[in-house]
Design a protein around this ligand. Sequence first.
Ligand code: F6P
Length: 554
Amino acid sequence: MAYYQQPLDVTALPAWQALQGHRADLQDFSMREAFNADSQRFEQLSLSSCGLFLDYSKNLITYETRDLLVQLARECGLQPAIDALFDGKPINASEDRPALHTALRRPIGDQVLVDGVDVMPEVHRVLHQMTELVGRVHDGLWRGYSEKPITDVVNIGIGGSFLGPQLVSEALLPFAQRGVRCHYLANIDGSSFHELAAKLRAETTLFIVSSKSFSTLETLKNAQAARRWYLAQGGTEAELYRHFIAVSSNREAAVAFGIHEENILPMWDWVGGRYSLWSAIGLPIAMSIGMSNFKELLSGAYNMDEHFRSAPFEQNMPVLMALLGIWYGNFWGAQTQAILPYDHYLRNITKHLQQLDMESNGKRVLQDGRPVPCATGPVIWGGVGCNGQHAYHQLLHQGTALIPADFIVPVVSYNPVADHHQWLYANCLSQSQALMLGKTQAEAEAELRAKGLDEDEVQRLAPHKVIPGNRPSNTLVMERVSPRRLGALVALYEHKVFAQSAIWGINAFDQWGVELGKELGKNVYSRLLSSEPGPAEDPSTQGLIDFFRARHRG
Ligand code: F6P
């Protein structure tokens, strides 16, 4: 049986045992002292790859820590797991599928077999189909029912059919073809549709119904609302095909909705939703930034793929970030990971990384169904800097939880305004520095004395001004956010998540946990407005149903 069918108990491995002992040895470890003792620490604990520079020197690690973590990766069989990922082995064991998002960015000429069939010709045929489609929209050749060109493209999709495309098209707005505005409709909340429709004209709007399954409630309801709106605005059934296209692996359902066959771009079972922005699910990205920039995005991801599968672990960016996350989650009790982009265009990267990480590694059983022996995926949270400094950084600095943070910052801004970018960059670095340095009691007292406070006040206030410091962070720096570097950045996190799943022995590519809520939702929905009392739910749900029914009765 392959590793993914009979995963190891990672906590039983020698390296894990050694890391437990090492953790105890580091109880009094001080980053301040480590930097003072080793002038090479920054150089030794940083690396470049694919246009990204990772400084991981502000971590609670020594060189021995890194060696032991790398040893853990080896003992877990991480390299065979990486090879299995790229070779299309069914590493999604519960669904008996490969996870081949990496195939989507492989160059022409490569071969990737799925069930004995090389999928690369189809991958590149779809890229060509996207190129054609985007070209016709951008050149004004795609006309709506009133023979006007398309001015607005609306992606109707949720989860991986929304968050990745939204992240990338927002992050690459400087590359947008400003003639075509892109919008995202995801939530079923009617206010979401209402607010968007107010900005649109049906005659110049193209809807992309993006759904791998073409069975997701929110997406289908929004697609139906969009069709009703289109007809109410003067569109005709006969011309509907000019305003609705689809991306799905469920062609039959898309045709049944009323989308012409030639306007359905395929998705494949061997691409997970949260890993699918590189496929035709990325069509809204291409509509926004053009196909040549979309292909640059793919190239950036491909470069990170090659780095991930070939770099030695101690020089492997995704592996090191994965191991640091395991170090804090499994040996320091950290339960969350902060993602702090200091870039307006990257402000929503956290939302995509939440699904990527939490829907992949929010698991409690191993690939073979046995309970996991250790903590698995962290809660991913965060937001754009400097805003976070005025919202939640207080907890990062003086709270009681250990929260490792990833800072992400470009060196150059697309929109220089006076010295704003210098201040943005300075704040990013100083937040990471403050987390590491902190402020001792003695420093706090000296600061207060220097302000002329009397000793009673000094002693009263000092404890409130002490900042523990010694709190870990990584800093990812790039020249500026380009399609190629963004592709590498997103692929970096995809591979970090996968590497962690492989070390823990869990399946990063299924998501059975979301099924129960969907099933129960159908029952609650039916109870909300039905005239029949029906069987009593649990008292809470029943009480909340009654609250709704009382408001909507009659
Ligand atoms: O949240 C469950 C999920 O299946 C995600 O994994 C997926 O990205 C999302 O719903 C949308 O699924 P689909 O693309 O099939 O509509």
